[in-house]
Write a protein that binds this ligand. Structure first.
Ligand code: SAH
Ligand code: SF4
Ligand code: F3S
Length: 438
């Protein structure tokens, strides 16, 4: 009988991809099978995120809960960004943890599970050319890492500390992985990196010159691949060439995540984002002029140290002008090993009052809800191309994502799962669109 693996994945798409790698490695090399019940697992893994303080703090109570319910001989491993960040300390603080594996060291998973009470968190480790085992289960959508780490030093962000410097994965490996996905039935590929459009700036060994725009073009030539998405691009690197390829390549979905962080050029400077409010709006305008139906998502931090009401109004102004389709918004959380954290420690800046930050976050969320309701209502009668991903047997509807990344439900038959269908929108419920096959 195969051993059972339970894995909990927190954080961003990079962590989801790392978990997929871990699962594939353990299935192939160590004969594990996935379970969604920690009580029957032989190995429990927590793939952690440390981008904000709260989830990181919850880690130890979570370990305690798993330790209570686990089988007697089951092991517990902590992986991901908090593993990189806290390393050995996790072993010191919790006797229940068997090993700690950093976000940069995922390729060593099948070795570390045989070790006792070790922490492998080598931040300089380079697994950019490691070929991970392939997941055998065919899936409509696949994720591919195109780079590891991040070279930016945004002053609020712990990621460069947890994932190390940025290295691009060789283009041939990416193309091979994409072809393997397509051969097993995958229709849509999501390219991943902390800063995807910086692709090609540094490889670990000599490589032909290639940038993100060229990579997108090469991937799109794979026969049988229908859709390409990517996340996250950095607004600074969205040059005209990229925008033209994005607009004219029919396989690239017309949805983009553009992390704004703040609408105030002053705050953006303090965040070291490298662009201004005007540049961000200019890029949006250029893309919208070529792709009127473009859907734009974003990340926003409120309450970055020194953010004034005027700064925040600039953020609201960008929201009014861009009318984002999705907004992930967060209150600033001070993270160790970041520049802003040192400014706070040295009293050079102060935190925005918590109540004020909460009030700003609510204002932002409320206004975005109104915008979304107004814009979604305009979708009624329009036709969207939807990749049908699943069929709900109980309620008898199909579900999928439009080219513009909106969740769409359709009352129809199961047989359409896996197809790209034109759907006419008839109704809107919150962020969800409901329609009929056109
Ligand atoms: N590489 C991506 C972001 C990765 S982190 C980019 O450049 O946008 C994901 C999101 O978490 C960020 O976009 C940011 O909005 C948020 N975030 C990062 N550090 C944070 C902090 N210290 N406090 C609050 N939110 C933070
Ligand atoms: Fe963090 Fe900035 Fe890198 Fe994104 S680009 S991961 S926000 S340092
Ligand atoms: Fe992702 Fe969280 Fe790490 S957002 S990169 S898992 S700190």
């Amino acid at each position: 009988m195969s051993k059972k693996l339970y894995i909990e994945t927190l954080g961003c798409a990079m962590n989801e991809r790392d978990s997929a790698h871990i699962i594939a490695e353990l299935e192939e090399k160590e004969s594990y099978a996935l379970t969604n019940n920690p009580k029957e697992a032989d190995l429990i893994l927590i793939n952690t995120c440390s981008v904000r303080e709260k989830p990181e703090k919850k880690l130890f109570s979570e370990i305690g809960q798993y330790a209570k319910v686990k089988k007697q001989d089951a092991k517990i491993g902590v992986c991901g960004c908090t593993a990189s960040h806290l390393g050995d300390e996790i072993l010191k603080r919790s006797k229940s943890v068997d090993f700690v594996l950093g976000a940069r060291n995922v390729s060593k998973i099948s070795q570390i599970i045989h070790q006792k009470r070790v922490a492998w968190v080598d931040i300089d480790y380079d697994d950019s050319t490691y070929v991970f085992s392939q997941n055998h289960h065919s899936a409509l959508k696949g994720m591919i890492n195109i780079s590891i780490g991040c070279d930016k030093k945004c002053t609020y962000c712990i990621v460069p500390h947890t994932r190390g410097n940025e290295i691009s994965i060789p283009a041939d490996l990416i193309l091979q992985e994409a072809k393997r996905f397509v051969d097993s039935g995958t229709k849509e590929i999501l390219l991943l990196g902390q800063n995807v459009n910086n692709y090609g700036r540094r490889f670990s060994s000599p490589h032909r010159a290639i940038n993100f725009t060229q990579l997108l073009h090469e991937i799109s030539q794979i026969d049988g691949l229908e859709r390409i998405r990517f996340t996250s691009p950095h607004p600074l690197h969205m040059d005209d060439d990229f925008i033209l390829e994005f607009a004219k390549n029919p396989k690239i979905c017309k949805a983009i995540h553009m992390p704004l962080q703040s609408g105030s050029s002053e705050i953006l400077k303090k965040m070291k984002r490298g662009y201004s409010k005007e540049w961000f709006l200019n890029r949006v305008e250029k893309m919208r002029s070529l792709i009127p139906q473009l859907s734009i998502g974003t990340d926003i931090i409120v309450g970055f140290p020194t953010e004034s009401e005027e700064d925040f109004l600039e953020t609201l102004d960008v929201l009014e002008k861009v009318r984002f389709d999705t907004v992930y918004s967060f209150i600033y959380s001070s993270r160790p090993h970041t520049e802003a954290h040192y400014w706070l420690e040295e009293d050079k800046v102060h935190l925005v009052d918590e109540e004020i930050a909460k009030e700003r976050l609510n204002r932002l969320k409320d206004r975005h809800k109104e915008i979304l309701a107004e814009d979604n209502a305009k979708q009624i009668g329009k036709i969207h191309q939807v990749l049908i991903e699943s069929f709900d047997m109980q309620n008898l509807f199909l579900e999928g994502r439009s080219d513009t990344n909106k969740l769409v439900r359709i009352k129809d038959k199961e047989s359409f799962v896996g197809s790209l269908c034109d759907v006419r929108i008839t109704e809107v419920k919150g962020a969800q669109l409901i329609g009929k096959l056109a």
